[in-house]
Design a protein. Sequence first.
Length: 392
Amino acid sequence: MRIIFLSQLLPLPLDAGPKIRAFYVLRHLAEAGHEVTLVTFLRPGDRDADVRDVARFCRSVETVPLVRSRARDVRDLVASVGSSTPFLIRRDRSAAMTERLGSLARCRTFDALHADQLWMAPYAARLQVGLRVLDQHNAVFRVPERLARNQSNGLLRYALRREAAKLETFERAMCASFDRVVWVSEDDRAAFRGLPSGTGERVIPIAVDPTAREPLQRSRPHRVTFLGGLHWPPNAEGVRWFMRRVWPTVAARVPSAVLTVIGKGSARAFGRMPPGPAVEVTDYVRDLTRYLSETAAFVVPLRTGAGMRVKILDAWTWALPVVSTTIGAEGIVTSPGENLIVADEHEVFADSLTRVLKDRALAARLGANGRATVEALYDWRKVYPAWDQVYH
């Protein structure tokens, strides 16, 4: 098939869950014999070398600049108040993307369209194709819905609930307009029960390449590491909760431990919250080797979100022991106590993390079993042949 693949993100480098999903799906489609044209937004900081690397799997790569600003966000937020269009969709509307797709439609024909994430779904109407496929990385409306539950400010709680309601309506309509919808977890699929019977729904989890990384040889492990973009509200909210409610107890019990928070947007997320002693906050790091080789435990303290946390798959690939909340581990096949530890209350999280830091045998078992899980269940070469049925 000739497939036009619409992506909100350049799929390289593989430093975020949405990129990992898009890259390996695109690679599988190309290696399965499809002719793929990638049309992607390009952000400031994206590298020409990464465009060239992803182009190896594509007939062509068409890029459209995506420029965001605080002023534009404020404008779109105000405009969305009296509109049925959610703010998260409105902020990424692009006349340049619409124009580029129109130009492609005039000079090429495509058999199928692949919209990667909800943000690209509205652009599908611009192209005449025989098959429309939507890859739903998560049920997006659940993110503001869950953020609202943990929000003490009444006005913000109301705004988040309103955004969630608009997103759910919009998301349901978009899903119904596609021939096939692919979810990454049964939890998200269940959130949209009642879609039209003609909508072909499947669940295909996010998968990674465990063969690309060896289990880490750790030296002087003393770090408790969180890895994830802090510009993403669920990450920032979870880390703040962890630093306030969990970390002081753990730091008192294990004085040699250092909490290390690594992620884009850390300066904005913690501008009003000094990290304090035994805490190290750093922005985006391209080479994580030093930090990960010193990691004694990997934490995923999320209390909101949807879809799958690829950071757990990454930690398992590195054979790191993981302590996570239930929501943090949502959508992933887990064996609590065997391939990770699940804890939701702050006291239980602190107790569990302390145990992992002090019990080296437990930490080693969790890491080894996590690595075995990702090799068995989340290797893209084993999982993604399921996409052949989607495009059959």
